[in-house]
Design a protein around this ligand. Sequence first.
Ligand code: C2E
Ligand code: MG
Ligand code: MG
Ligand code: MG
Length: 280
Amino acid sequence: RAKQEGRGIACFFDQQMDEQMRERRALEYDLRQALSRGEFYLAFQPLVSTAFSAVVGYEALLRWSHPDRGDVPPEVFIPIAEDVGVILPIGEWVLREACSIAARWPDYLSIAVNVSAVQFRVGNLASVVDAALRDSGLNPKRLELEMTESVLLRNRSATIAILHDLKARGVNIVMDDFGTGYSSLSNLRSFPFDKIKIDRSFVSSVADDGAARSIIRAIVGLGRSLNMPVVAEGVETDEQRQMVLEEGCRQAQGYLFGMPAPVGAELAAQLRLSGGGSGN
Ligand code: C2E
Ligand code: MG
Ligand code: MG
Ligand code: MG
């Protein structure tokens, strides 16, 4: 009888796995068509100077509007796109779209684009960036490429070479979600980052967790010694803004300042609010 029950459970798990596999295959299939069907769009979230809350730029965040499922979160579809390789054409589309939209904004606004580790490993990233810059006419100094620590784990010297290639064009390189990956603090030193973004998990607990605050302080200190300004992401309350400002984060991003939104009325209103000043 025990054996029978065991078999029942195994069968239940088999069914669940089966279903997950089918779900995953379906998403894969749809993802391969999504680009040509025009199902992607970009949402833009403001990046502000922490002291004055003035908008200094935007981060482009990819959105997939699935015909039946509605918006599929990037945390779900990006890993799949990376697995099956379609992140390469998708990533190229994001770069081109973000650059051509930002080229119409005032000059002082930066545009941040997330780049997958796969684009570093497989893609001819520098020439893809070149083409996006050339065709949009965007000043390379306005472009920030965000990458996560996973990029640092493989092909260290090849990665450093690509980063220097990009920097030679004037493009800025940002370490995203810092503190969550596997790279050591000293690892940062070998890479020519222009900026470090602290992961929002530290920011969200900064008000009631002394350890989170110490970590932010340590990262800002490290950034200072490496000449890399630090950005706080995921700022949702004024208390958090105040604290990351006190700890020396010069820029911040989060729902407190603005939700990611498609280019449209809201963004136009934000741009008018920031008044076309120097942005700092
Ligand atoms: P990320 O680059 O760290 O982007 C920040 C994420 O935090 C965004 O989630 C944003 O909506 C969210 N966020 C911003 N402010 C707040 C806040 O105050 N509170 C909370 N709880 N969340 C906040 P999103 O848009 O779902 O993107 C998730 C991740 O997907 C991104 O994290 C990035 O790693 C990846 N991603 C997005 N677009 C692209 C892309 O075009 N290419 C690649 N390779 N990855 C992308
Ligand atoms: Mg990012
Ligand atoms: Mg981030
Ligand atoms: Mg993130």
